[in-house]
Design a protein around this ligand. Sequence first.
Ligand code: GRF
Length: 189
Amino acid sequence: MKRKRVGVLISGRGSNMQALVAASRKADCPYEVVLVASDKPDAAGLAWATEQGVATFALLPRGIGKAAYEAQMLAALTEARVDVVALAGYMRLLSEDFVDALRGRIVNIHPSLLPKYKGLDTHARAIAAGDTMAGCSVHVVTEELDAGEILGQVAIPVLDDDDADALAARVLVAEHALYPSVLAEFTSR
Ligand code: GRF
């Protein structure tokens, strides 16, 4: 089996990225993580990836403009010969040019039951709406925020005394199981 080469983009702690890397180490996993890249050179996840022996790339967009930033990010992904890009807490909207370069090969994990609650503060919004179920979704990335084909979802009950943090913590556990399994299915296509 030729494993698919995955580049993971992060902006922060990278717990989903860690789940993807951990899963990729199983012998029958159809993908390997060949690069972890970030728009935040001080992202905690980068240090973890380095400790794990995974190649990293970081570039601050500030001062160089979005087009130049994305071109360099794309060059790093191309040099790493990635087949698929997995966004994992990457807090930037991708331009149409970037998406075009990898159309249909970029996926993202989002902490809501899409199409509900695109964007930020998903858990607080679900609680405020009185939803009984929250959850997370993995979807194909387009230039539109949190849109694109939904590849997999997990629903998590909202408890009576939940606040956004408590709900987020339970959904995050589900994310760590969902993302590796959906990425395995996606990279086996
Ligand atoms: C996760 O909740 C993910 O769904 C969202 O941002 C958070 C990132 O967490 N897109 P981490 O950096 O993977 O720990």
